[in-house]
Design a protein around this ligand. Structure first.
Ligand code: FES
Length: 275
């Protein structure tokens, strides 16, 4: 694990979703699909966990995608090409088990699409048959569509307003697919409600399902307990035991409540800034 200032080599922005390409050779060398980093924009910023969307060990670069939602992510979004972030720590968390499962459906909702891309890339390399379902509120918020189209054997799209693909939800498409034929694995990343709905559907049909949990994190080293989640009746920490878990064993009700605890404070200004 390394903590070093990281320079932004490129920045692209689509509405409130920002993609950064960073100079981070030590992380790029070790990054594996499913892992994440913790970013601090400035010395006094909060720590933001972000998925390693892509990495290039030869170039020494990594790609991160952040959705501007609260104070800290908006602050990060203000950084420009040529700026350096205070720190990027990683790679963290367990990587995805990459093997030939057979027929897989990957479901990505909103900024969760960024998390399924590296997993899809790695699973395709070992010969899996991939159906990818991506969804967002509107066409403008669909990310990585072109890259996933190149990778997937089949790409299905759903938008809430029907501006791209099917009008509706990713779970509508999932229902149709799993009713038609047997799949060996479903992998889902997105809003908690979406992952919970995916888990409900696949549990009924006994299809192994993994989810990567984007939960609140502070230290990301298993010490603070902030990312606690109950899985199969056991307490796990998403930062060190995850971020991937068996979707059928996650206590979704408890997780939803924990993630909502700080909703009101989402736009607060960290008091550390006044010290
Ligand atoms: S973020 Fe503190 S234990 Fe996981």
């Amino acid at each position: 694990m390394k903590i070093i200032n990281k320079k932004i080599l490129a920045k692209t922005q689509i509405t409130k979703i920002v993609q950064f390409k960073l100079d981070a050779p030590a992380i790029a060398k070790k990054a594996k699909a499913g892992q994440f980093v913790v970013v601090m924009a400035t010395e006094k910023s909060e720590r933001i966990p972000l998925t390693l969307v892509d990495s290039n060990p030869k170039e020494g670069t990594i790609v991160l995608i952040v959705q501007e939602a609260g104070f800290s992510t908006k602050q990060l979004g203000e950084f420009q090409e040529g700026d350096s972030l205070y720190s990027v720590t990683g790679p963290l968390g367990h990587s995805t088990e990459i093997k030939n499962h057979g027929k897989i459906i990957l479901v990505g909702g909103g900024v969760g699409i960024a998390e399924i891309y590296p997993v899809a890339k790695a699973l395709k390399k070992v010969g899996n048959d991939l159906t990818v379902i991506i969804g967002a509120k509107t066409k403008e918020l669909l990310i990585l569509e072109k890259k996933l189209k190149e990778l997937a054997d089949s790409l299905c799209i759903a938008t809430d307003d029907g501006s791209s693909g099917r009008k509706g939800f990713v779970t509508d498409i999932l229902d149709e697919l799993i009713n038609k034929q047997r799949y060996d694995l479903v992998y889902a990343v997105g809003p908690l409600v979406m992952m919970q709905e995916v888990a409900k559907r696949t549990k009924e049909r006994n299809i192994k399902t993994l989810v990567s949990l984007s939960v609140l994190m502070v230290d990301a080293t298993g010490m603070c307990g902030c990312c606690r989640v109950s899985v199969g009746g056991e307490t796990k920490f998403a930062c060190v035991d995850g971020p991937e878990f068996d979707a059928h064993l996650v206590d979704w009700g408890e997780l939803g409540k924990r993630n909502n605890v700080y909703k009101k404070q989402e736009n607060h200004i960290c008091r550390l800034n006044n010290l």
